[in-house]
Design a protein around this ligand. Structure first.
Ligand code: VTB
Length: 332
């Protein structure tokens, strides 16, 4: 895959962020999500790939844009056929309240490389490069924490597990405390939480818990780029969700199957990009819109080389037609 596609992807998440950050703290989850989706969809029009959305905003009848199966990109013929997994805005509840850690994310891989996960929940465990190969989603919380501590040459008391603040994690949180590890809780946005395990300066060592399956695949692409490790298992929480898995051709046996990193994001022709929408642990948000300028902060990665680039950009909101139209629609 053309290495420059990486920077093209940043344009897609930047545009989604520029459109949706306008909704920070305005109490309008759907408005913010809609702006991010439209920004991302419009930015795709200039990306020279033959893309198919495999993880997106839902089935065709549920989402007008970025729906599963939608063709995106302006590439044709010899241009690369790619899988696209997007979450234009991870953290809709957060942005409505003006809270930190809202990001726009995208993963792209050679056709057939990203798992077409059903829109259900997924059990996840993820770690950074130093603990690669030390996790087992079937093992107990205690065993996983002990094995990761050993791999990181850390005392358990110095190990931090990041977990989403949800009732469903009550038992897991009790077990983590019993083992003696520290806990960092987050309200929403487990893509950012998963990525944090691969950056040493975040102080986060393990992601554990149950979150969205679509977010799981996108996180796996990022972790693949950074040399970390992840295991997952679909975790439908209702008969309706289990039915959705079956509709997408998942047998009971496949639903139970442990999904390793290679099952979630296959090979090394994988890219990941994210742009901060509100300030976060990894990325700065769009702090201000000053007349016709706004600054974005993004990260972009590539599995083939393992290169991780942080991109700061100052945008002239009046010099880019797509952004100008979005500002016109969402900015005033
Ligand atoms: C999960 C998580 C997402 O929403 O999907 C969560 O993966 C939904 O969980 O990152 P609940 O149903 O318990 O709210 C996010 O946190 C944000 O979209």
């Amino acid at each position: 895959m053309d290495r420059n596609l990486a920077l093209e992807l940043v344009r897609v998440t930047e545009t989604a962020a520029l459109a949706s950050a306008r909704f920070m703290g305005r109490g309008d989850k759907n408005g913010a999500d809609g702006a991010a989706v439209e920004g991302m969809r419009k930015a795709f029009a200039s990306i020279k790939v033959e893309g198919e959305v495999v993880i997106g905003e839902g089935e065709l009848d549920e989402a007008p844009m970025l729906y599963i199966g939608e063709k995106v990109g302006c590439g044709c013929g010899e241009d690369m056929e790619v899988d696209i997994a997007v979450d234009p805005l991870d953290g809709t509840s957060l942005i409505a309240k003006g809270l930190p850690n809202v990001i726009s994310v995208i993963a792209m891989g050679k056709k057939g490389s990203l798992l077409h996960a059903p829109d259900t929940y997924m059990k996840k465990i993820a770690v950074g490069p130093k603990a690669k190969g030390c996790i087992d989603i079937n093992a107990s919380v205690k065993e996983n924490i002990e094995n990761v501590a050993k791999a990181l040459e850390k005392d358990i008391a110095d190990l931090t597990v990041i977990i989403q603040d949800r009732e469903r994690h009550g038992e897991m949180i009790r077990e983590i405390r019993e083992v003696g590890a520290r806990i960092k809780m987050f309200g929403d946005g487990d893509v950012a939480a998963g990525i944090a395990t691969c950056f040493e300066d975040t102080g986060v060592d393990i992601l554990m818990g149950i979150g969205g399956a679509p977010e799981g695949v996108i996180t796996a692409a990022a972790i693949k780029c950074m040399g970390g490790d992840m295991q997952c298992q679909l975790y439908p929480m209702s008969e309706e969700e289990r039915g959705r898995c079956h509709e997408l051709g998942w047998s009971e046996e496949e639903i139970e199957k442990i999904l390793h990193l290679e099952d979630l994001a296959k090979g090394d022709e994988i890219f990941f990009a994210a742009t901060g929408i509100t300030d976060g642990d990894l990325l700065k948000g769009i702090v201000s819109y000053d007349k016709n300028r706004a600054k974005t902060h993004s990260v972009v990665m590539r599995a083939k080389t393992g290169t991780i680039r942080f991109v700061e950009a100052i945008h002239r909101l009046d010099k880019n037609q797509v952004i100008e139209d979005l500002m016109e629609k969402y900015g005033k």
